[in-house]
Write a protein that binds this ligand. Structure first.
Ligand code: NAG
Length: 317
């Protein structure tokens, strides 16, 4: 009998959930540390990567080092084999100051919830700001009908550690460019900025315009650890949102690092085989579902569970 009451309570909760909690939309950024041929051939690593990607509606992968251009297609194929939802990706050209060390930015996205509506490779010889970045941001505009905000732009950046402060500051110019070009304020800057520990000195923070401009909100708490190694604790990876409207569309306190080592019960070495960074993520509020529709689905799930309870009662007596 107690079990029945518990079931009844659970179904009431589920029905209440239908009314209240439409599933939120997750945006992630992950420095996948030398993601290329050798990782794409490691089935254990790939399994974890698939799990990491498919938690997110959109995820920025950084440090893609895929000179043979096979690792990204391999990851996509495995995701679409193993996941309920279909994914696709857009990737930048290979970027870097020297021919021998190049990286790509790649955005994987759930095709059922996101559409790519614009792409813009920030030029590496922009007048007045010659060669600010080691890897110029590959900016992508998304349409996301299931979110309250409907449309947003992601500016990715993996800074080079030695120039992290300067590159973070230069992101401000990219932001202004994108605001003008696409006439939108719904812009998120994200990625491994190396924004902590030895790479961003406290005294230099007031020289970084994406820190000092009050229109920008740094979402992850300063004491967040985005590194896998137990011996380090640094908030290198960041998510920064522009404008009040976008700030309001973020689920409060949802920004965090995703500790995949703990969540997937890996040892430190197993986690390090995947990356030395955790992904960072934030939730966007979903678009309001009309009250009538929510009421209807709540009523359906409540009557289903009542019926179930009734059947169980009958079968017991
Ligand atoms: C740092 O910036 C300087 C000046 O723009 C550039 O010459 C140098 O190559 C940069 N270092 C790295 C590691 O990108």
């Amino acid at each position: 009998m107690a079990a029945l009451w518990r079931l009844l309570l659970l179904s009431a909760l589920l029905a209440a959930c239908e009314l209240r909690c439409a599933s939120a939309f997750r945006i992630c950024a992950f420095n996948a540390h030398h993601f290329g041929e050798s990782k794409s051939k490691n089935s254990v690593v790939m399994k974890t990567l698939v799990k990491i990607v498919t938690r997110c509606d959109v995820i920025l992968l950084q440090e893609v080092r895929d000179s043979k251009r096979k690792a990204l297609p391999t990851l996509l194929a495995q995701i679409n084999r193993e996941s309920r939802d279909q994914y696709d990706y857009v990737a930048s050209e290979r970027l870097g100051r020297t021919g021998s060390y190049q990286e790509q930015y790649a955005f994987f996205y759930r095709t059922g919830s996101v559409l790519v509506t614009g792409k813009y490779q920030f030029p590496d010889d922009r007048p007045g700001d010659k060669d600010a970045f080691a890897r110029e941001p590959f900016v992508v505009k998304f349409k996301a009908p299931k979110t309250e905000i409907q449309e947003f732009v992601l500016i990715p950046q993996h800074t080079s550690p030695t120039n992290a402060t300067k590159e973070m500051d230069a992101l401000y110019d990219v932001l202004q460019d994108v605001r003008r070009m696409w006439k939108t304020e719904n812009i998120i800057l994200l990625g491994d900025f190396n924004a902590d520990c030895g790479y961003l000195a406290k005294k230099n923070r007031d020289k970084v315009r994406i820190i000092t401009d009050p229109n920008l909100k740094w979402l992850l708490p300063e004491d967040t650890d985005t590194t896998v190694r137990a011996s380090t604790s640094c908030a290198y990876d960041r998510i920064v949102v522009n404008g009040r409207k976008l700030s309001n569309a973020v689920v409060p306190s949802s920004a965090r690092a995703f500790n995949f080592q703990e969540e997937f019960r890996l040892t430190e070495d197993e986690a390090l085989d995947v990356s030395d960074h955790y992904p960072v993520e934030v939730l966007l509020r979903s678009a309001a579902v009309p009250v009538k529709v929510r009421l209807r689905s709540a009523a359906v799930s409540l009557s289903c569970s009542l019926l179930l309870v009734l059947l169980m009662l009958l079968s017991q007596s």
